[in-house]
Design a protein around this ligand. Structure first.
Ligand code: PBG
Length: 324
């Protein structure tokens, strides 16, 4: 192998056209999943202070936002519900006329082609803000499974294409798959938050949906950020239990994990650029400390390069506009 001056890697970096010709990683608007917050109490749009350009939406605004995103090339949305009433067991999560169930019905009626994915978890619906049933200060695993399965079935009944459990209870993918099949929803898929770390980067999200736990934290069920072998075990179990698509979350601080998951299992894999990752870039942009839109694109491409087939991002619309 001959080195410099025979080899000059800069030859292929001279122009945009040459760079395009040899680019290794592509990102398309159809690789993006757009998370949306739909609120039962909202009249219109309510801004979220720590997430510029992200709003809590009424049902009507949700429809408008999804239609606008579709027109820009986005093909999938991930719905989070904010109910008006919360209780000990999060009963609004599995109500046939719950906010997410109504949202799914409306979106699928307006555009049957739009891929509608729903977050399945109790924390937005419980008075204590934990992702499962609580007894004597403890988040119960097995007793929570039934509730998650009921929530997933109610989303499927409303027409969700995929349900996305984010609670991190052991065995929930299997419980949800069994319940869906039993109710005849064989075609409803599961996008599993297989690898979900206990992360400080969820801060703005918890402000958005008001789901910070009333006591303790989520480290008793979400993963320790120091672990990667644990991530591979989580994924192996979720595949065995019937997951169709895997997710790693957060994204940018965990690109090594994403790479390991994609290379080890070769499954369709999504990565979630979470609220804190989005907020960091937007905050630095507001201060003029970096160029937000190009930093956001760079982050999305990096997430793809590390192994994500799909990128879940609050910046989906901005990215799609830049890509077209
Ligand atoms: C619910 C859930 C959370 C996020 C997605 N689903 C919050 C949490 O686990 O505390 C975070 C998403 C984000 O930060 O953008 N369990």
């Amino acid at each position: 192998m001959s080195g410099f001056p025979t080899t000059r890697l800069r030859r292929l970096r001279r122009t945009g056209v040459l760079r395009d010709l040899v680019r290794e990683t592509e990102i398309r608007s159809s690789d993006l999943i757009y998370p949306l917050f739909v609120s039962e109490d909202e009249e219109g749009r309510c801004p979220i202070a720590s997430m510029p350009d992200v709003d809590r939406l009424s049902l009507g605004e949700l429809s408008r936002e999804a239609a606008a995103a579709w027109a820009e090339g986005i093909r999938a949305v991930l719905l989070f519900g904010i109910p008006s009433v919360r209780d000990e067991t999060g009963s609004a999560a599995r109500a046939a006329d719950g906010i997410v169930q109504r949202a799914v019905l409306a979106l699928k009626e307006e555009n049957p082609e739009l891929v509608v994915i729903t977050d399945v978890c109790l924390c937005e619906y419980t008075s204590h803000g934990h992702c499962g049933l609580v007894r004597d200060g403890e988040v119960l695993n097995d007793d929570t499974l039934e509730l998650l399965a009921a929530q997933a079935v109610s989303h499927a009944r409303a027409g969700a294409d995929l349900v996305a459990p984010s609670d991190m209870m052991d065995g929930r993918v299997g419980a949800i798959r069994a319940a869906l099949d039993e109710e005849g929803f064989h075609e409803t898929g599961i996008l599993s938050y297989a690898v979900k770390y206990a992360s400080s980067f969820y801060g703005p999200f918890r402000e958005a949906v008001d789901s910070a736990p009333a006591f303790g934290d989520r480290r008793g069920y979400q993963m320790d950020s120091a672990n990667v072998l644990d991530a591979l075990r989580e994924v192996a179990l979720d595949i065995e239990e019937g997951a169709d698509i895997l997710m790693v979350k957060p994204a940018l601080p965990y690109l090594d994990v994403l790479r390991r998951v994609k290379e080890t299992f070769g499954m369709p894999t999504a990565a979630y650029q979470v609220s804190g990752e989005y907020a960091m870039i937007r905050a630095a942009d507001e201060r003029g400390w970096l160029d937000g839109p190009s930093a956001m694109m760079e982050a999305a491409v990096a997430i793809r390069r590390a192994g994500a087939d799909l990128v879940i991002t609050y910046a989906a619309r901005d990215l799609a506009r830049r890509l077209s």
